[in-house]
Design a binder for this molecule. Structure first.
Ligand SMILES: [Zn+2]
Length: 754
């Protein structure tokens, strides 16, 4: 009969047998059927040296980081070369070892704690590493030579660097050597801590002794456990030694881009957290910066340069758990989004609310609120096909990014919920619908405009514009250059005339107009505004929401204002010639009129309006000034880095500005010390290097000469030249000035003023 185990007794005897019940070391005995005696037997582990479980070895393809090699000699004189698992179950009764060779006849072997004569090596460290196949013999020779040159450095340290042997393995090997009392050496971490004056040599040696007496732990961990240092001290010391930054992971945002680069399995195994990606440099947090394999392996896996930063291991563990668990659980997501009291204003009655309904309600409310609190401009709900999750993306500062993925089972419920609170038809799935959502939080109204759009696969997308996220920004904070600010402010105080703000959608025109109105918003001035939608509310203004659908448009509002004793009128947009004519007329009869237009630049606006049928004489007299505007991404104030541009880069900027004008305007001359700023990436900016936006302007102020040109039907070029002579700088020039102020960079300015 075949046996499945061999038991070696401490007295040298052997038993062959089959397990009667599963072997559990903590029971301190083994119950088996002895095949030689043909009867069942129960043996105390105290009598046993080892139990060999026969069968085909279950060998992993490669040596895993969880394992180390060990030579074991038992009291019975048997010798084994084995793999041991660091994370293996530890019991006082003994430990398991696993075969190294593929053709071994056993799966595992259990050594009782009383069985061991020796568990370590008598050989020098280099030999041990070589024998275990961890490093080449030539590498050891090299290390030994170097050791002679640098007596102060130990061979282990050199090896760890040279051969990329995991520090764990080196530590392990060192502890094996030192346990035999042949060599007294400190582990590398010990050296660092002594250098940092955190511990004494004696304390390190004590820790080392403890390390060798069976507990296979990092020396740093032992020092922490003994209460000699805190984890923060250890980290700080390690970080200082390796010139790394220590970060607080609890306050660090993880860039999804970076997260995508490293497979989950690797993140969990290596206990690292990818933080951000800047060009090809990937920032990764680790608690074990001494381990040289981390950078190596990550560089290989991601093809990126790896920049390590230090974080506490507890935080790393928590962050990893959070990163991989959060996306699929709606409950967690609700928990994660701050718990805030919020109600839908004027919520229609719903028949019944069951458990899943309330989950969906909470989820939708909290996403909406979260976005508003974070200054997000748009929320995109994008249901995937079939079982694909529902993706939620935010747009902030003009850039979209994914924030949540919600299980596909919630898709329909979330979209339905959005329809309910915006009073749309929940039975309609094939036509676009638009509406409005009003939330109330702590007495404050938050308004959203919603657009439901049917998409392929019978899905419906919902996109929400957060209307309440806009606030009035003081004119001084709009990012005007000093000269533009002065000239623009002067226009606002003229007794009558029209001021236009122009640019594409999303260039901040309305924000600028409201800032301008705030400047002249005093009790002695009556200000009417007509907007679609009203995105910013201001105390003191009388604001009107136009409804083109019911036939109440800008022109109607304007006519009504003119009968309602205005001083200042703001018209959200001059969409048609009639509105434009009426607005110009109003400005000529003693009112200040503000409006916007979708034109590219200031001189072009003049020509466009004349083409639209405006009377050149009227417009030339009415126009005070035209402000063209764009928003460019602002370099993150927390992390932007100074640098000295190369000559060629400087020349590009000068050329883009116009070489002569550049000199005339007194912009910086080239020198080695000329400093510009460039994007880097930090927690504040989600690793993007940019945070918020700056406005770039082109301000054309009317003058006698420009008036004359308009009346003579001059073209864009002629008006541009005149305006430039009188101090107007175009968007690109204004942007370049802001590059030299370190506010943004050339690529961003190119994007908005190419
Ligand atoms: Zn930053």
């Amino acid at each position: 009969m075949q046996s499945e185990l061999i038991i070696k007794l401490l007295n040298g005897g052997e038993r062959y047998g089959l397990l009667n019940q599963e072997f559990d070391p903590s029971s301190a005995r083994i119950d088996f059927f002895c095949t030689t005696e043909q009867r069942s037997e129960i043996l105390d582990l105290q009598e046993i040296c080892f139990i060999k479980f026969l069968g085909k070895p279950d060998l992993a393809d490669s040596f895993s980081e969880d394992e180390f090699f060990e030579d074991v000699t038992t009291l019975t004189g048997d010798r084994f070369h084995l793999r041991l698992k660091k994370s293996g179950k530890r019991v006082p009764e003994g430990f398991f070892g696993y075969p190294v060779e593929i053709d071994s006849d056993f799966k595992s072997i259990f050594f009782t704690s009383a069985s061991l004569k020796k568990r370590s090596h008598d050989q020098p460290l280099g030999e041990v590493l070589s024998q275990q196949g961890l490093v080449e013999e030539s590498a050891i020779d090299e290390a030994l030579t170097e050791q002679q040159l640098l007596r102060s450095r130990r061979v282990g340290e050199i090896l760890a660097e040279k051969a990329a042997v995991p520090q764990e393995i080196v530590d392990q090997a060192i502890s094996n050597v030192t346990s035999n009392g042949q060599k007294k050496s400190k582990a590398r971490v010990g050296d660092i801590l002594i250098e940092a004056k955190l511990v004494t040599l004696q304390q390190v040696e004590e820790a080392l002794n403890e390390q060798t007496s069976g507990k296979r732990k990092r020396i740093g961990l032992i020092l922490i456990e003994k209460g000699l240092i805190t984890e923060d001290q250890l980290l700080t010391a390690l970080a200082q030694k390796f010139g790394l930054q220590v970060i607080n992971l609890d306050e660090t945002k993880i860039s999804p881009e970076a997260l995508r680069l490293i497979p989950r399995e690797m993140i969990e195994r290596m206990q690292v957290v990818p933080i951000s990606l800047q060009d090809t440099e990937l920032t990764v947090a680790t608690a074990t910066p001494t381990d040289p394999t981390i950078s190596e392996n990550l560089r290989f896996a991601t093809n990126c340069q790896i920049k390590l930063v230090c974080a506490r291991s507890t935080q790393i563990g928590e962050k990893i758990a959070m990163l991989f668990d959060k996306h699929d659980s709606v409950e967690d997501l609700i928990d994660e989004l701050e718990d805030l009291d919020v109600v839908v204003d004027d919520e229609p009655e719903i028949d019944k609310i069951n458990e899943s309904d309330s989950k969906v309600i909470n989820l939708v409310n909290k996403v909406l609120l979260d976005a508003s609190n974070k200054g997000i401009s748009d929320i995109h709900f994008e249901p995937g096909m079939g079982t694909q999750p529902l993706k939620i993306r935010y747009r902030k500062d003009g850039i979209c990014y994914t924030v949540h993925k919600i299980a596909a089972t919630y898709k329909a419920a979330v979209i339905s919920r959005l329809k309910i609170i915006s009073k749309l038809d929940i039975a309609e799935h094939r036509r676009p619908q638009s509406g409005k959502i009003l939330l109330k939080q702590a007495g404050e109204r938050i308004e959203y405009r919603i657009e439901i759009t049917p998409t392929v696969g019978g899905q419906e997308d919902a996109v929400l514009r957060v209307l309440a996220s806009s606030h009035i920004i003081p004119l001084d904070d709009l990012g005007f250059s000093a000269i533009n600010l002065e000239r623009f402010k002067a226009l606002l105080h003229k007794p009558y005339g029209i001021i236009l703000c122009v640019g594409p959608t999303g260039s901040g025109k309305t924000t600028s107009l409201h800032s301008a109105l705030a400047e002249i918003n005093t009790p002695d001035t009556k200000i009417w505004t007509a907007e679609d939608p009203v995105e910013i509310t201001q105390e003191g203004l009388r604001q009107v929401q136009v409804h083109p659908k019911i036939g109440f448009n800008f022109e109607d509002a304007l006519r009504s204002f003119l009968r309602a004793d205005p001083d200042v009128i703001m018209i959200g947009e001059m969409r048609d010639p009639i509105t434009a004519k009426t607005a110009i007329g109003a400005s000529l009869t003693g009112h200040r009129v503000f409006s916007t237009l979708h034109t590219n630049n200031a001189p072009e606006t003049v020509v466009r309006l004349i083409e639209m049928g405006m009377d050149p004489f009227n417009f030339a007299d009415a126009m005070l000034g035209i402000l063209a505007q764009r928003l460019a991404r602002r370099l993150c104030n927390e992390c932007k880095e100074p640098y000295h541009p190369k000559r060629a880069e400087y020349n590009d900027l000068v050329e883009a500005y116009g070489t002569e004008q550049f000199k005339e305007d007194g912009l910086p001359t080239f020198s080695k010390d000329l400093t510009l700023m460039k994007a880097s990436g930090c927690e504040e900016c989600d690793g993007q290097g940019y945070s918020g936006r700056i406005a770039v302007h082109e301000l054309m102020v009317n003058s006698v000469e420009i008036k004359r040109a308009i009346k003579q039907n001059a073209g864009v070029e002629q008006i541009t030249n005149l305006a430039r002579e009188q101090g107007m700088r175009n968007l690109r020039m204004d942007g370049i000035q802001k590059i030299f102020l370190g506010l943004t960079d050339f690529p961003q300015i190119n994007k908005v003023s190419a």
